[in-house]
Design a protein around this ligand. Structure first.
Ligand SMILES: NC(=O)c1ccc[n+]([C@@H]2O[C@H](COP(=O)([O-])OP(=O)(O)OC[C@H]3O[C@@H](n4cnc5c(N)ncnc54)[C@H](OP(=O)(O)O)[C@@H]3O)[C@@H](O)[C@H]2O)c1
Length: 259
């Protein structure tokens, strides 16, 4: 029987920050589609718990990594090579944010956010290039999937100045890398999430769920779900997505497209 267009059997993928939140949703969908996946977390216990659950569905590796420095990104690339011996899909998901009114927005909330949200994704692409190139062919390219944000596309009035600037930067980096790596049969795209219920958006959710004002602001009137982001990640990782590169794909209930 031929594999379907979304089948990821035999594909090796790295999902940074894959132990929880959006990264976990993405990792779960990749594993369910057949991929062998490595996830990362800064915390051993979070990693162990996620590996135990995801590992019931398929082969899942874990690496403890604080991806604030280029050295850490290089060490992670080495670990991917050691543990999986290859990488066909790199999902740059790990990210951090900070919000404060402009008058008190601190200078120290710039460097760390730009490092994790922009520089580390770049360093991981560079360090994993040999593995990505080795897995790539014209018919089945290797894939880089960066996680951007609707806050990097349009003003969301979150007072998360360095965050939204970092997400606009990763969007542009995505297009730049897509142009440069097309000749290597490596596609580079960005998932652009709207609002998903994770730790990052916990302040927008009450005990009864999402803030009604937030839901009213989203054309499809709901928050994103695991299958929404996971399905989009599977598409971009699979044969179905092999002719798509340089794209910023909003998964946002219509915020970007209908605004
Ligand atoms: N939730 C949303 O509505 C939304 C919307 C748009 C974009 N996004 C993007 O989606 C991605 C995931 O965010 P989330 O919503 O899932 O938020 P989250 O629950 O706060 O998760 C953040 C993830 O990034 C990892 N991370 C943070 N700082 C790190 C560091 N210094 N080194 C290594 N890993 C680090 C965390 O890993 P550990 O804590 O396990 O170490 C965690 O997996 C981010 O890029 C975010 O900007 C989210």
């Amino acid at each position: 029987m031929t594999a379907g267009p979304f089948d990821l059997s035999g594909r090796k993928a790295l999902v940074t920050g894959g132990a929880q939140g959006l990264g976990r949703m993405i990792a779960e969908s990749l594993v369910a589609a057949g991929a062998e996946v490595m996830i990362t977390s800064r915390k051993q216990d979070a990693l162990d718990a996620a590996r135990a659950e995801l590992g019931r569905q398929g082969q899942v590796h874990g690496a403890v990594a604080d991806l604030s420095t280029p050295e850490a990104a290089k060490a992670l690339a080495d670990e991917v090579s050691r543990a999986m011996g290859g990488c066909a899909v790199l999902v740059n998901n790990a990210g951090k944010t900070f919000g404060a009114p402009i008058e008190s927005f601190p200078d120290k909330a710039w460097a760390g956010i730009m490092a994790v949200n922009v520089q580390t994704p770049f360093t991981l692409v560079r360090e994993l290039l040999p593995l990505l190139r080795a897995s790539a062919s014209a018919d089945d390219p290797a894939r880089v999937i960066n996680v951007g944000s609707v806050a990097g596309l349009r003003t969301e009035r979150l007072s998360a100045y360095s965050y939204s600037a970092s997400k606009a930067a990763i969007h542009m980096l995505t297009r730049d890398l897509a142009g440069d790596l097309a000749a290597d049969n490596i596609t580079v795209n960005a998932l652009v999430p709207g609002f998903f219920p994770t730790r990052m958006t916990a302040h927008m959710q009450g005990e009864d769920g999402a803030d009604p004002a937030l839901l009213a602001h989203i054309p499809l009137k709901r928050l994103g779900r695991a299958g929404d982001i996971g399905g989009a990640a599977v598409f971009l990782s699979s044969r179905a997505g092999s002719y798509v590169t340089g794209v910023l794909l909003p998964v946002d209930g219509g915020l970007a497209g209908c605004g």
